[in-house]
Design a binder for this molecule. Structure first.
Ligand code: ZN
Length: 260
C-alpha cells in the first residue's frame, strides 16, 4: 500500500518561477485539499471561517510536501507595512502585508484570492521577501516598501528577482472609473495600465502596475516574472473573490524560503 504522504505529495501542484531558482517557493492553487464549499479545496487560512479540521489536514498535506519549514504570515490589511521575520516567528500574525527575512528554515506565506502575491529574492545576498498587493496596498506602495525592507537586510535592488503570481487580470479586474482615476493620480504612469470598460467602469492591470513599481524600486525589467493565469478566468484552479461573486472564499498561499 502506498503511503498517504506519497499520494498527497503527488497531488499538490504549486506553480514556480525560474527567476526564484535556489529558493523553496510556490504559488499554491485551490486543488489538492479537503475543504468544502467556498473553501474547496486547498484553503490554508485558519481565520476566515473554514472548518478547523479540514484546514489542519490541508496543512498536513502541505508539510508533507515541504518538510521542515515553519511558515510565517501576517494579518493582511491592504497596507504597506513590512515585517522582518525569523525562525522564531511562530504563530504571531501582526497586521501587515509583507515579510522579509535573511534566515533559512522559515517560509514567508501570503494569502490571496485575486490580489497579487509577489515573491522576491536576492540569491547572492540570501535575502527574500513576500508581499500581498491588492489595489489598496498597491496604491500604498507595498512593492517599493518590500524592496526597501530587503535592502535593509543587505539585498541590492538591482540583484533582486521577483515573480508575481496568479492575480486577477486586466481581462476581469473591472473597477469604478473613480478608482482608475485615483490610480492615475497617485501612481505616475499607472494610466497606461487601465483600459476603458462599460460606462463608469475601467479595467486595471494590477500585475502590470506592480511590475512598474518594482522596476521603479530598482529591479531590472528582465528580473520580474509573471506566473500563472488570471485568478478569475481560472477560478476552477485558483480562489477568486470576484469569481465567487464577491463573497468570502478560501485563500491560496504563495510562499518562499531560503534553501538551506
Ligand atoms: Zn480574467
Amino acid at each position: 500500500m502506498a503511503s498517504f504522504d506519497q499520494f498527497t505529495a503527488a497531488a499538490l501542484d504549486a506553480a514556480t518561477s525560474p527567476h526564484l531558482a535556489g529558493t523553496v517557493h510556490g504559488f499554491m492553487g485551490r486543488g489538492g485539499g479537503v475543504s468544502a464549499g467556498v473553501y474547496a479545496t486547498f484553503n490554508l487560512a485558519r481565520w476566515i471561517g473554514d472548518d478547523g479540521e479540514a484546514v489542519a489536514e490541508n496543512w498536513r498535506r502541505w508539510r508533507a510536501n515541504y518538510p521542515g519549514l515553519a511558515v510565517a504570515s501576517v494579518a493582511q490589511v491592504h497596507g504597506a507595512t513590512i515585517h522582518r521575520v525569523g525562525r522564531g516567528w511562530g504563530d504571531a500574525r501582526p497586521e501587515g502585508d509583507g515579510m522579509v527575512t535573511a534566515e533559512s528554515g522559515v517560509a514567508l506565506g501570503v494569502f490571496t484570492a485575486d490580489c497579487a502575491p509577489i515573491l522576491l529574492a536576492d540569491r547572492a545576498r540570501r535575502v527574500i521577501g513576500a508581499l500581498h498587493a491588492g489595489w489598496r496596498g498597491t496604491i500604498a506602495g507595498i512593492a517599493g516598501a518590500g524592496v526597501r525592507a530587503m535592502a535593509e537586510l543587505g539585498a541590492r535592488p538591482e540583484a533582486i528577482r521577483a515573480a508575481i503570481g496568479p492575480t486577477i487580470g486586466l481581462c476581469c479586474f473591472a473597477v469604478d472609473l473613480e478608482l482608475a482615476e485615483r490610480f492615475a493620480r497617485e501612481i505616475d504612469g499607472a494610466a497606461a495600465f487601465a483600459r476603458p470598460g462599460r460606462p463608469g467602469k475601467a479595467y486595471l492591470d494590477l500585475r502590470g502596475i506592480n511590475r512598474m513599481l518594482l522596476e521603479r524600486a530598482g529591479l531590472k525589467p528582465e528580473a520580474i516574472d509573471e506566473v500563472g493565469p488570471c485568478t478569475r478566468c481560472a477560478s476552477d484552479r485558483y480562489f477568486s473573490r470576484r469569481g465567487a461573486g464577491g463573497v468570502t472564499t478560501g485563500l491560496q498561499m504563495s510562499f518562499i524560503a531560503l534553501a538551506v
